[in-house]
Design a protein around this ligand. Sequence first.
Ligand code: FPP
Length: 245
Amino acid sequence: MGAKKERKMELNPEAMPRHIAIIMDGNGRWAKKRGLSRSMGHREGSRVLKIIVEECYNLGIRYLTVFAFSCENWSRPQEEVDQLFRLMMEYLKNSEKELKGKPVRIRVIGDKSGLPEELVSEIRRVEQNTAHIDGLDLIIAINYGGRQDILNACRTLLDDYKNDRIGESGITMDALAQRLWTAGIPDPDLLIRTSGEIRFSNFLLWQCAYSELYFTDTLWPDFRKKHLHDAIAHYQRRERRFGGL
Ligand code: FPP
C-alpha cells in the first residue's frame, strides 16, 4: 500500500470537519525562492487552489472558505493587485469546466464595491449559475476583512432596529451572525494558515471563535493533498469542548 493511501486511511470519514477555512499565504516567498516574480507565485497558488477544492470535495467537506484578497491588500503595488484580480477572473471563468461536473457552488464574500466591474459581473454570473448546486460550497473571500464584516453587520443591525424591523431584545449574537457576509454558513471547524505565520490577519474573526487552528510552514504553492490530510488528521485528534468540560 502506498504512503499516500495509508495517510488517507488515517482520516476518520465520520469526523470530517464540515467547514475548512484557509489563509493561503506564502505565494510571494515561494516565487522569491525561485527567482520568479510574485505574480508567478500567485499563479501557482491559484493552481493549488484547484487541487485543494477537488480534494475537499472528494473528502466530503461541505464548506471551504479561502482568503483570496484582504481589505488591506489594496496597499500592494497596483500591478500585483491587477494580477490577482485577473487570476480570480480566470479562475471563475474556467471553474465550471475545470471542476468537470463536480458539484461545487461558488459564493464570494467581502465588500464588492471597489472591485473591478468585470470581476463583479463574473462573480454574479458564477454565483447565479452554481446557486442550485448541492455538494461543496466554495466561498472565496475577496476584499474581505473580519473587522469590516462585523462593523457592517452592526450597521445593518442598527438600521433594522431604527426602522422597527427588530426590537432591543432582538439584538443577539445570532442576529448579528445573520448579518455577516457569511450568513447561513456554519462557522469553520478548522482554520489552516500556510507559510509559518501565526496570526488571523483579520480573517473571519467572529466566525473562528471556536475553530481549531492549524499552522504549517509549508508555503501555499507547495501545499498538496497530503498537507490537507495532515491538517484534518490534526483536527480529528483534537477534542472540541466549546468552553465546556
Ligand atoms: C498571500 O501570499 C496570498 C494572497 C494575498 C493572495 C492569494 C491568492 C491566490 C492563492 C490566487 C488567486 C486567488 C483565486 C481565488 C484564484 P503573499 O503574496 O502575501 O505571500 P508572501 O507573504 O510570501 O509575500
